[in-house]
Design a protein around this ligand. Structure first.
Ligand code: NAD
Ligand code: TDX
Length: 356
């Protein structure tokens, strides 16, 4: 077996953000072995990483982060020295219907990973190790309609079962730094968008519905504000922070792209109609105001100045460029959308790896 400079465990690598992180690391660091651990829930899709599946520095492990024995076995087998932890239940609406699944994966799963890392690393020099936990701005709660940003010092105030579970996992990660001296990193990022996002989330759901001329269910009056970041800018931030972030620190990541949902929906209609050769605004009539999400946070906005100041990070993709790239990707990859919405993508694992 070739010796690798580092053995990095990326969890949730078959999901939306994870596949971009896996691709970036496999391509940029041929001397690292990248172990993609994913349970392949409804949100995990191996087609998302099919372009790197045959690479010599890539390994896929189908595994539940709550399975302590299986996780420990992976740490031992690959002598893991860095973790980038993205695996999670990630959809707020699902958390309202099934909060227990969120506590299980996001809280207990994260704790299981932390314990496996500690068992594998303790007794040796931990200073070169890294446990990097990817979290969300939703742990900070909601801002007023105008003014104010979340900083790293903002008090946690989660409102949904999803954000409560992420807040809990963030606290466990910091506790492992403070209690056991584990070199941890936590980042809290704003809403991501881009290719290969599961079409339950606003942007891919709406592009798919515009394409198929289905209603666009806008919650409440569409006045909630989200701060959008192109997913590849997030992946680049993760790479930078994994390598240069200071152990024990937290960094906020965001693109300074605040938009009211209704403005985002209008922008999506404009771009999608143009790319499909339809008349401008032809699909505006699809907008349908529906009952608001329970506990719907009004506004998120990230102050990412610590990351910019200390590590020199800047997003590279503007919202106009990013929306163009994103809508174009979904329209050019309608087969991906169709296989995800039909459920056919779930057979991919057996096709790739057989029944093991
Ligand atoms: P996603 O739902 O698209 O992907 C999650 C992945 O985790 C899937 O591949 C799924 O199969 C896997 N997974 C779920 N439960 C698992 C388990 N028990 N064991 C192993 N694997 C499991 O999520 P995403 O949008 O890519 O988010 C990734 C991470 O980034 C999450 O931790 C999320 O909280 C965080 N985050 C997301 C956003 C966003 O806008 N999407 C913003 C900030 C932070
Ligand atoms: O059908 C919809 N109609 C609608 O109005 C959907 C799916 C969403 N919305 C609204 C709710 C939000 O205000 O659009 C906004 C964005 O919704 P989502 O795409 O569900 O994202 P959000 O709830 O903001 O959370 C996302 O960003 C932060 C991710 O799902 C989280 O994992 C991440 O932590």
């Amino acid at each position: 077996m070739a010796a690798f400079k580092r053995n990095i465990l990326i969890t949730g690598g078959a999901g939306f953000i994870g596949n971009h992180v896996v691709r970036l690391f496999v391509n940029k660091y041929p001397d690292y072995r990248i172990i993609n651990l994913d349970k392949l829930t409804y949100a995990g899709n191996l087609a998302n990483v099919s372009d790197v599946a045959c690479r010599g520095n890539y390994v896929f492990a189908k595994c539940d982060i709550c399975d302590a024995a299986a996780v420990a076995e992976l740490f031992a087998r690959y002598d893991i020295d860095g973790v980038i932890h993205l695996a999670a239940e990630s959809h707020v609406d699902r958390s309202i219907h099934d909060p227990m699944a969120f506590a299980r994966t996001n809280v207990l799963g994260t704790l299981t990973l932390l314990q496996a890392a500690l068992e594998h690393w303790r007794g040796g020099d931990m200073s070169g190790k890294r446990f990097y936990h990817i979290s969300t701005d939703e742990v900070y709660g909601a801002l007023h309609a105008e003014g104010g940003f979340f900083t790293e010092a903002t008090r946690y105030d989660p409102h949904s079962p999803y954000s409560a579970s992420k807040a809990s996992s963030d606290h466990f990660v910091r506790a492992f730094h403070d209690t056991y001296g584990m070199p941890t990193l936590v980042t809290n990022c704003s809403n991501n968008y881009g290719p290969r996002q599961f079409p339950e989330k606003l942007i891919p759901l709406f592009v798919n519905n515009i394409r198929r001329r289905r209603p666009l269910p806008v919650y409440g009056r569409g006045l909630n504000v989200r701060d959008w970041l192109y997913v590849e800018d997030h992946a680049r931030a993760i790479d930078l922070i994994f390598h240069h972030g200071h152990a024990g620190e937290t960094y906020n990541i965001g693109g300074h792209n605040e938009m009211r949902n209704i403005d985002m929906v209008k922008a999506l209609i404009a771009v999608t109609d143009r790319l499909l050769g339809r008349a401008d605004g032809e699909d505006s009539g699809l907008i349908t105001y529906v009952t608001d999400r329970a506990g719907h946070d009004l506004r998120y906005a990230i102050d990412a100045s610590k990351l910019e100041r200390e590590l020199g990070w800047r997003p590279q993709v503007s919202i106009a460029e990013g929306l163009e790239l994103t809508v174009k990707w979904y329209l050019d990859n309608q087969q991906w959308l169709d296989s995800v919405t039909s459920g056919e993508y779930m057979n991919y694992y057996e096709k790739m790896y057989g029944n093991r």
